[in-house]
Ligand binder design. Structure first.
Ligand SMILES: Cc1cc2nc3c(=O)[nH]c(=O)nc-3n(C[C@H](O)[C@H](O)[C@H](O)COP(=O)(O)OP(=O)(O)OC[C@H]3O[C@@H](n4cnc5c(N)ncnc54)[C@H](O)[C@@H]3O)c2cc1C
Length: 305
């Protein structure tokens, strides 16, 4: 596809960041699905990030912030403009002077959990096994097994894409709710999280993490590419239970299949396209609506052209 954004490659690269063109997004999503991003830009420190944000604003280039791509369904036509990935200093994890944890938004959530374990800090065990970045986890208020990011995140630092200004939200202003945060509407790059964790017993923390990981391995089809639970939990139900009850386990469109192991997951059993997944999602929503009256809402974020 011919587009105008490729012309900006050299100017973006002049800020010192890594810039790839026509980068296949299937290489950056846990679903292994997605067409190409015009400009795939990796920034490793704040100055580069500010330059990229200012430049894209000035030139009207759309900017999409990628975390670990574990909750994303990217269009087969790909993403126009810039896909931004945080690296380098944005992956650093350490302590603030008040003892709270400061974590770059590009760091893997698993690294943050390992850091907490290493320092005998409890509160993040629930997140062990969620394959996102810390920024993506804050954006989504990721959660599992009775815990969620809201329980541990004190504040988030960001750049506002509409002004280019740095800022932070804390406490109530984060507007955390089930799979929602103040950031869910877009318009910000989350750059860092500050978390309050409690001192705990290392063996107990480790045992809890192992137990929860064991439960994931038992229940989830981790052997196939997916984006985790496709639908949000409808009030009073479990999406997977409703889908199974409607006889949809194993239903397939192209390479996209309702996992026979966990009906809440759609798995890519080989060569699935975004179109396949969207068709299967629509079919699941239709059948569940007709048979149970429950409207299933997508948790997975669709993006791209
Ligand atoms: C096998 C499997 C198991 C899973 N289990 C769970 C689970 O138990 N609980 C759960 O909640 N989720 C689960 N997920 C889903 C997913 O891991 C989480 O939603 C995770 O928080 C997404 O983070 P990410 O970095 O991959 O975000 P991405 O998928 O890259 O992005 C998700 C959204 O966040 C935005 N975003 C990401 N980083 C930033 C940033 N720095 N600044 C601004 N916006 C940003 C993106 O633009 C996008 O809109 C699972 C997924 C898989 C594949």
């Amino acid at each position: 596809m011919v587009n105008n954004y490729l012309q900006f490659k050299d100017q973006l690269a002049s800020f010192g960041c890594e810039v790839k063109t026509d980068e296949p997004m299937k290489n950056h999503t846990s679903f292994k699905i997605g067409g190409t991003a015009d400009l795939f830009v990796t920034v490793s420190h704040s100055e580069q990030l500010r330059s990229v944000v200012t430049f894209t604003r000035q030139h009207g280039i759309p900017l999409f912030v990628l975390g670990n791509g574990s909750n994303l369904l990217v269009s087969d036509n790909g993403i126009r403009g810039v896909v931004l990935r945080l690296s380098g200093e944005f992956c650093h994890i350490g302590f603030n002077s008040d003892g709270s944890v400061h974590c770059g938004a590009g760091a893997q959530l698993s690294k943050l959990c390992a850091f907490a374990l290493e320092h005998s800090l409890t509160g993040l065990e629930f997140a062990w096994g969620i394959p996102g970045s810390c920024g993506g986890a804050a954006f989504m208020d990721a959660g599992a097994y009775g815990g969620e990011m809201k329980d541990v995140v004190v504040s988030c630092e960001h750049i506002d894409l509409s002004t280019g200004e740095c800022g932070r939200f804390e406490g109530e202003a984060l507007d955390f709710a089930y799979r929602h945060s103040v950031y869910s509407g877009g318009g910000y790059v989350i750059t860092a999280l500050n978390l309050r964790l409690e001192k705990g017993d290392k063996q107990e923390i480790k045992a809890k993490m192992d137990e929860l990981m064991g439960r994931r391995k038992d229940k989830q089809p981790l052997e196939f590419p997916s984006a985790g639970s496709v639908f949000k939990r409808p009030a009073g139900y479990f999406a997977g239970g409703l889908i199974e009850q409607c006889g949809l386990k194993g239903a397939q469109v192209g390479g996209a299949q309702v996992s026979p192991k966990h009906a809440g997951f759609i798995v890519n059993v080989g060569g699935a396209t975004c179109g396949d997944v969207l068709e299967l999602i629509a079919e699941i929503q239709r059948v569940v609506r007709e048979e149970t009256g429950v409207e299933l809402e997508c948790e997975v974020r669709k993006t791209g052209e």
